[in-house]
Write a protein that binds this ligand. Structure first.
Ligand code: GDP
Ligand code: GDP
Length: 434
């Protein structure tokens, strides 16, 4: 989905227009890495065009000394990350010095920019908006974020300039593998190790569009696309900026991939945020794999791979079907094994179990352990079928679908895994009335 970033100095009305654009659309409300996202990240739709909106202004603390730097940084990152920048200014205040500096930054970027002259609540103020043509950023849209005047024209222009669907996704028929993880776990290093070149340099040459971080590579004759969330890096001074965009990128990469490789820094171990990311990928039914990176730094005498893997699976609980590969992006130890495993998961995810085999195995498993009774009635499972591949979905036909408990669903899932594999693949199990 395309991303629109709202920039501008404080008090021009960024959060007001943000709320208007995303109103009645579910904003993401969970809180990650200390960044309150409901305030700043949401989804908008206009004329059938869906896009994400981010209000980057949330991070600008109004302490005067760092103020300018913060606004500048906010703009630079927005230019790197977004597909379009919505530059908000205040028609009542007119052009300020800071507005001019922001405009200069935006002029030197290749990203589409839409200028919104806010607080144009009446006809006279709408006329005053023409002052902002001095930015040299093209058409100026007078808007009143509070009463909604002018938002239609603004949105028409925004959606017209957004890349069309699929444009930011590299054209390749092969599987898409996302490399995700917290900052500094080694995502760039891994991608560079796999490509055999320092791709960050390549990216800088090829421009700043987000699609350039998708890398198509040939691997043992098979074409794969690496969806890299490390992306373009700025020496951001505001830590929240880095964290926020890293969370945002991760989410997008997961949505666009077949398999997500979650990299973990072995010297830090698994953190709560990692588990949240895995759960998100599971919810989206993507293949999952953990790369335990920087294994070269770990003392193997006291930490054997087997013990570490067991500890991870204990912590992951129901996600214990996710395989772990111990790697070093630095020494390239097992980095190819990691890709091999990811490709195995791609194949597992699109595997179909023949219906007769599935029924033989699963009805036998039901015989071994019947579902608990439901309101004193026997729950009988009569037939099983894999109704979908990539992601796999299994339907169990029974007399009381609502009478099946979660613990029994788990039992069936484990039985499927024991018999048919599906390592690293979230399984959907549904119960239907026959
Ligand atoms: P931000 O700091 O850029 O996010 O600005 P806010 O959205 O918090 O708005 C700052 C102030 O401007 C608030 O008091 C808003 O109510 C007010 N404001 C925002 N949009 C408009 C508008 O279109 N007209 C008027 N009159 N006031 C507005
Ligand atoms: P990213 O933010 O996830 O893309 O992480 P980077 O790839 O930039 O790596 C962060 C730091 O960890 C850099 O200093 C890397 O050199 C270092 N690093 C990455 N992978 C390894 C590894 O396997 N072993 C060691 N010792 N250092 C690594």
């Amino acid at each position: 989905m395309p991303l629109v970033a709202i920039v501008g100095r404080p008090n021009v009305g960024k959060s007001t227009i943000f709320n208007r654009l995303t109103e009645s659309r579910a904003a993401i409300t969970h809180d990650e890495s200390g960044v309150t996202r409901d305030r700043v990240y949401g989804n908008a739709i206009w004329n059938g065009v869906d896009f994400d909106v981010v209000d980057t202004g949330g991070y600008v603390e109004a302490s005067t000394d760092r103020f300018e730097q913060a606004v500048k940084e906010q703009v630079e990152i927005a230019v790197d990350e977004a597909d379009l920048v919505l530059f908000v200014v205040d028609v009542r205040a007119g052009v300020t010095d800071l507005d001019d500096r922001v405009a200069a930054l935006l002029r030197s970027s290749s990203k589409p920019v839409v200028v919104m002259a806010n607080k144009a609540d009446n006809e006279k103020l709408r006329w005053d908006a023409s002052e902002f043509y001095s930015f040299g950023l093209g058409e100026v849209f007078p808007v009143s974020a509070t009463n909604g005047t002018g938002t239609g024209e603004l949105l028409d222009d925004i959606t017209r300039q957004l890349p069309t669907e699929g444009a930011s996704v590299a054209k390749s028929s092969g599987p898409r593998i996302a490399v995700i993880g917290r900052p500094n776990v080694g995502k760039s290093s891994l991608v560079n190790a796999l490509l055999g070149v320092d791709r960050t340099i390549v990216t800088e040459v090829s421009g700043t569009t987000r699609d350039s971080i998708d890398t198509v590579m040939k691997y043992h004759g098979r074409e794969i696309t690496l969806v890299d969330t490390a992306g373009l890096r700025r020496k951001a001074r505001v830590r929240e900026n880095i964290e926020f965009y890293s969370v945002l990128r991760t989410e997008r990469a997961i949505r666009e991939c077949d398999v997500a490789i979650l990299l973990i820094d072995a010297t830090d171990g698994l953190e709560a945020q990692d588990i949240r990311v895995l759960k998100e990928a599971e919810r989206l039914r993507k293949g999952l794999l953990i790369g335990m990176n920087k294994w070269d730094l770990v003392d193997k005498e006291t930490n054997t791979a087997r013990d570490v893997e067991r500890a991870i699976h204990d912590r992951l609980q129901t996600l214990d079907y996710v395989p772990v590969v111990f790697i070093s992006a630095l020494t390239k130890q097992r980095t190819h094994k990691l890709v091999d495993r990811a490709l195995e998961i791609v194949d597992e995810r699109s595997k179909r179990v023949p219906t007769s085999k599935l029924n033989d195995t699963m009805l036998a498993a039901v015989e071994r352990s019947y579902p608990p009774t439901h309101r004193n009635r026997f729950v009988r499972i009569k037939y099983v079928s894999q109704v979908s591949v990539g992601p796999p979905v299994f339907a169990f036909f029974c007399n009381y679908p609502d009478g099946i408990r979660e613990s029994y669903r788990r039992y069936l899932e484990n039985q499927i895994r024991d018999s048919f594999g599906f390592e690293g693949v979230p399984l959907s199990i549904v119960f239907r009335k026959k």
